[in-house]
Structures are given as structure tokens and as C-alpha cells.
Ligand binder design. Structure first.
Ligand code: PT1
Length: 268
């Protein structure tokens, strides 16, 4: 599946300020659905490297009315990218089908907010906080450490009564990771899959392509789509992206190839 990014922030890294106007945000949501998005992920707080925190009242005001309108008018699941329990509860009431939390429900009250609902939840790994996470990220074994963190968060969720079928894992590409860390994580995706939870992967337009290809944010489409195809080929279930039509094609190619491989392995 492809999850389309819809940032209603003034400062997101690639589309900041584009969809602060509710009419433009709605038009973009509809466009992404027409291009094949299976989920729309609304974000009211930027979590790109260096981004500042946003007060809850402002986040609620940015996210909830738009969520309600998308839920009421479009045939698509809506996800909300938030770490705040009050935003999670309001999002569930307004029709969200998923909570996407880059802090993996570590804020006080966040686990309870999700446990009191029946929505899906994405637990993402981040080392540090957005403002400073790229200062000097360090791991002795990035795949093992990310896996251990996600398993610990899943264990806390299960103990709070969140069913295991509701949980997705996300290695958190670019969140306190160097280019080498990001590449190791993508190469080790099969190890993370062995933990027993479906994976969500977000690499779209991130600075790893700046480092790898020396491309500016608006020149990273081919790199992003190539990585999306590799993630889907490696077994990721949901790809979070800005460029829906292209990413959807890449994911469909990877899925077809996985089907064909399965067939050859079964001796057909
Ligand atoms: C992600 C993700 C997200 N990414 C999930 N949610 C962002 N579940 C926001 C850079 O290096 O991967 N998974 N919500 C966007 N965050 C970043 C991080 C944007 C790094 C840019 C960079 O440029």
C-alpha cells in the first residue's frame, strides 16, 4: 500500500506551507486518492531534522477539521502523524483509521489514547529528538538496536491492551541516522520483518538522497522511487511517499515480482 503525505505545517522539509490553506489541502488529498493512495497521512507538526515543537491547540486546529472533511468525502483511510495523546483522541473521534507516531507512543498518555480505540498504530524508531537528532547519531548495530527498541514498544502496547494485529513497525529512516545507518537498515529489512510485525517505510525525498546522489529536495524523485521499490521488494507493507502515481507503480512492480518469485519457489 502507498501512504500519501499531507503536511499541514508551515515548515515541512519538502512541502512546508503548500497545504496550510484547507481548500488546497483537500484538493491535494483528492489528487493523491485519484493517483492511487491507499492511506492519507495528515501531519500538523514537522518532524524533519531541526524542526521545532508545536503546541497541541495549534496542531489540533491544523489537523482535525481537514481529517473530518477527508473522512466524510473521500473513500480512503486517514492516518494522523502525531505524538500528542489529545490529538490522537480527537483524531480517532473524527474518523482516523491509524495513528502514526514517530515517538512510538512514548509521550505520557499516548499508549492509553490508542488502547482506548480500535485504530491501527505505527511505532517508529527515532534516536533523539527532531531538533538535534542529526547532530551525531551513533549505533554499534543499527538493525539490532532499532529492532530491540521496536519490540520493547510493541511489548508495552500489548501489555496496555493494543492487539498485535493493530501494530506496524517503522525503522524511521532519517531520524537520528547517517546515510550509512539508513542503508544498513534498508539492507536489513528482512531482519526487522522477522520480528513479526508488518513494516511501514518512509524515505521519500529525504536527505539520504542528498548525501548519496548530491540532489536537492526537488530532484530526489528517481532515488526515492528506486528505494520504495526495494523496500516493497524486501517485504514492506506500506510505503509513505509524496509522489503517489510513481510510487504506486514502483510498489506494483515489486509486488508482481514477489508473486512471481513465490510461484517459482513453489515449483510451478
Ligand atoms: C517516516 C516519517 C514519518 N517521516 C513515519 N512517519 C517523516 N511513520 C514524518 C531528511 O533526512 O519515515 N515514517 N513522518 C518525515 N521526517 C523526515 C526525516 C523528513 C528525515 C526528512 C528527513 O531529510
Amino acid at each position: 500500500m502507498v501512504m500519501g503525505v499531507l503536511n499541514v505545517t508551515p515548515d515541512s522539509f519538502s512541502d512546508g506551507g503548500c497545504y496550510v490553506d484547507p481548500g488546497l489541502a483537500m484538493a491535494r488529498a483528492k489528487e493523491m486518492v485519484d493517483e492511487g493512495a491507499d492511506i492519507i497521512d495528515i501531519g500538523g507538526e514537522s518532524t524533519r531534522p531541526g524542526a521545532p515543537a508545536v503546541p497541541a491547540a495549534e496542531e489540533l486546529e491544523r489537523v482535525i477539521p481537514l481529517l473530518r472533511e477527508i473522512h466524510d468525502t473521500l473513500e480512503v483511510m486517514v492516518s494522523v502523524d502525531t505524538s500528542k495523546p489529545e490529538v490522537m483522541r480527537a483524531a480517532v473521534s473524527a474518523g482516523a483509521g491509524m495513528i502514526n507516531d514517530v515517538r512510538a507512543l512514548r509521550a505520557p498518555g499516548a499508549i492509553e489514547a490508542v488502547a482506548d480505540s480500535s485504530v491501527q498504530v505505527c511505532l517508529m524508531h527515532m534516536q533523539g529528538e527532531p531538533r538535534t537528532m542529526q547532530d551525531n547519531p551513533r549505533y554499534s548495530n543499527v538493525v539490532a538496536e532499532v529492532g530491540d527498541f521496536l519490540v520493547a514498544r510493541a511489548t508495552a502496547c500489548l501489555a496496555a491492551g493494543i492487539g498485535r494485529e493493530r501494530i506496524f513497525f517503522d525503522p524511521g529512516f532519517g531520524f537520528g541516522k547517517t546515510l550509512a545507518h539508513n542503508l544498513e537498515l534498508m539492507a536489513g529489512l528482512d531482519k526487522l520483518l522477522e520480528l513479526g510485525f508488518p513494516l511501514l517505510v518512509g524515505v521519500s525525498r529525504k536527505s539520504m538522497f542528498g548525501a548519496l546522489l548530491e540532489r536537492e529536495v526537488d530532484e530526489r524523485l528517481a532515488g526515492s522511487v528506486a528505494m520504495a521499490a526495494i523496500a516493497a521488494w524486501s517485504g514492506a507493507s506500506i510505503i509513505r511517499a509524496h509522489d503517489i502515481a510513481q510510487t504506486k507503480d514502483a510498489v506494483r512492480v515489486a509486488a508482481a515480482l514477489r508473486g512471481a518469485r513465490q510461484k517459482t519457489r513453489n515449483g510451478a
